[in-house]
Design a protein around this ligand. Structure first.
Ligand SMILES: O=C(O)c1ccccc1NCC(=O)[C@H](O)[C@H](O)COP(=O)(O)O
Length: 265
């Protein structure tokens, strides 16, 4: 039986064909030319303490609806105003996300000066151009759904468009593939996308395999300052957090608990 990841990618292929028919690549290139230059994602993640990539996530295949009262621009303003270093916007429909969420976050100015990542299931150059066209500063690449040559090609295309992607891995072989393809920002997903089992021990076992010159991001299942204290000694530069932020009773306070930012005056 196909996993949820297989089903998401199959659906994505149908959507890609429809998008390519509706919006030619030349139209994406015109939209890209009209966008301001992308913000520097790796630079935003380097610092003297663990940085936060705060995710805008309405629902998930594993947990269902996470937040009823969902306003991407309000969340983005809360994230950027309370010390997040970057914002991840899920644009895939299985999470009740949409490309328009990302565009509204950028065009409203709610993300301030922090880079915005398109979180989706990307495997085709058209989708990377689309990410830039809708306003993203960077994008996610999941090694599990790409061949090594696709991965290299999409990293290279990102670089031509001024974007350094987050390259997501879940085992030692995928880390080797990411490094060989030239990834600069390497994510370790603590969630197995086929079984949904989530365990921070994944970062503990894999972070030591990543070369020292890379930016390391630990993703999924992270919710407390204690989790950050567990990850920091591993050389992790940033954490990507979704559910714990969107389900918090006080989102701003939850963000500050992970960034150490003071209450804004
Ligand atoms: O979140 C899921 O259930 C999921 C299912 C299938 C593919 C991807 C999935 N999540 C994407 C993510 O990587 C997370 O949204 C992200 O790392 C944040 O995780 P969390 O803090 O646990 O919400």
């Amino acid at each position: 039986m196909p996993s949820i990841l297989d089903r998401i990618v199959a659906k994505k292929r149908e959507e890609l064909a429809a998008s390519m028919a509706a919006v030619p690549l030349s139209a994406l290139q015109d939209a890209i030319a009209a966008r301001p230059l992308p913000l520097d994602f790796p630079a935003a993640l380097r610092g003297d303490r663990i940085r936060l990539i705060a995710e805008i996530k309405k629902a998930s295949p594993s947990k269902g609806l996470l937040r009823e009262d969902f306003h991407p621009t309000e969340l983005a303003a809360t994230y950027s105003g309370n010390g997040a270093a970057a914002i991840s916007v899920i644009t895939d429909g299985h999470f009740l996300g949409a490309p328009s969420h990302l565009t509204s976050v950028k065009e409203s100015g709610a993300s301030g000066s922090v880079p915005v990542l398109r979180k989706d299931f990307l495997f085709d150059p058209y989708q990377v151009c689309e990410a830039r066209a809708i306003g993203a500063d960077t994008f996610l690449l999941i090694v599990d759904i790409l061949s090594p040559s696709q991965l290299s090609e999409l990293i290279h295309l990102g670089s031509e468009l001024g974007m350094t992607p987050l390259v997501e891995t879940h085992d030692a072989e995928e880390i080797a593939t990411a490094v060989k393809a030239g990834a600069e920002v390497i994510g370790i997903n603590n969630r197995d996308l086929h079984t949904f089992v989530t365990d921070l021990a994944t970062t503990e076992s894999l972070a030591p395999l990543i070369p020292a010159d890379k930016v390391i991001v630990s993703e999924s299942g992270i919710s407390t300052p204690q989790d950050l204290a567990r990850l920091e000694p591993l050389g992790v530069h940033a954490v990507l957090v979704g559910e714990a932020l969107v389900t918090a009773a006080d989102t701003a306070a939850k963000v500050r608990s992970l960034t150490g930012a003071p209450v804004p005056v």
